[in-house]
Write a protein of this length. Structure first.
Length: 254
């Protein structure tokens, strides 16, 4: 996965993401539900904030003393910072950090690391997690959502080169190998319905997630894609796309 391409696509989508990413917003709401408001969360690190769906929920739910907010895109990070202006006075320290979370190191270890719909972008999830956990205290909590194998399977079936999603077993095994004990694991199997294949592609573009389809679109290829997708995946209200998010809450072993 080309990190520069991911950064570019998300930056281009910074203004449209807030309204277009309705599913990611719902995922943030599901994810925050896993976190006990009484959890010790003096220092919190959020990876991949986007426009701040989860950031806002964190500040409203937890008594945070220091919050590190990260994104690979400076434009996304700026949008998130502006969005949180009305909440910043409630927290003594808040830092906005641009960069690739797989190689960022914080000045202090955190009680809680959170991330919503980000980890699927990591080329080597185990390697990324081994680094990320260096920013987490022993006994600290990792809470995240991501996508599993079967997501966007319709695109793959049409021969489009997509990112490789982990299976449930692969994800759980990596967490175990990296020293985490899983407290909560929830898997959802959903279908996203779009009016037509064009609206589906527009969703990816406006949310910056079109990096998952590493494909060069010509007018001819686009026309053929729309025709084939409509023929194979048409449902009563439009066309279907498989969407398999999972939610994890885990503790780093002492």
């Amino acid at each position: 996965m080309n990190k520069n391409l991911i950064k570019t696509r998300f930056s281009k989508a910074a203004l449209s993401y807030e309204n277009a990413a309705f599913k990611q917003k719902l995922m943030a709401e599901d994810l925050i539900g896993l976190i006990d408001p009484k959890l010790c969360a003096n220092k919190v690190y959020e990876i991949g904030c986007g426009t701040g769906f989860l950031s806002e929920l964190l500040l409203k739910k937890l008594d945070i003393k220091t919050l590190y907010i990260n994104d690979i895109s400076s434009l996304m990070l700026n949008y998130c910072e502006d969005k949180l202006l009305h909440l910043k006075e409630n927290i003594p320290e808040i830092f906005f950090i641009e960069g690739d979370a797989t190689c960022l190191s914080l000045k202090q270890s955190c009680d809680l690391i959170v991330s919503n719909a980000v980890f699927q972008w990591f080329v080597d999830f185990k390697k990324a997690l081994l680094h990320i956990k260096t920013n987490l205290k022993q006994g600290g909590t990792l809470c995240f959502s991501t996508f599993l194998s079967g997501t966007c399977v319709e695109l793959e079936s049409l021969g489009l080169p997509c990112i490789k999603y982990l299976t449930e077993q692969e994800l759980l095994s990596i967490l175990e190998e990296c020293g985490f004990e899983i407290d909560i694991f929830e898997l959802q199997k959903q279908s996203l319905i779009f009016e037509n294949p064009y609206k589906l592609l527009k969703f990816f573009k406006e949310t910056g997630t079109n990096s998952l389809i590493s494909h060069q679109w010509t007018p001819g290829i686009l026309k053929r894609f729309m025709r084939e997708y409509e023929a194979k995946f048409k449902v009563p209200n439009g066309v279907n796309l498989s969407w398999i998010p999972c939610y994890v809450k885990a503790r780093l072993r002492n």
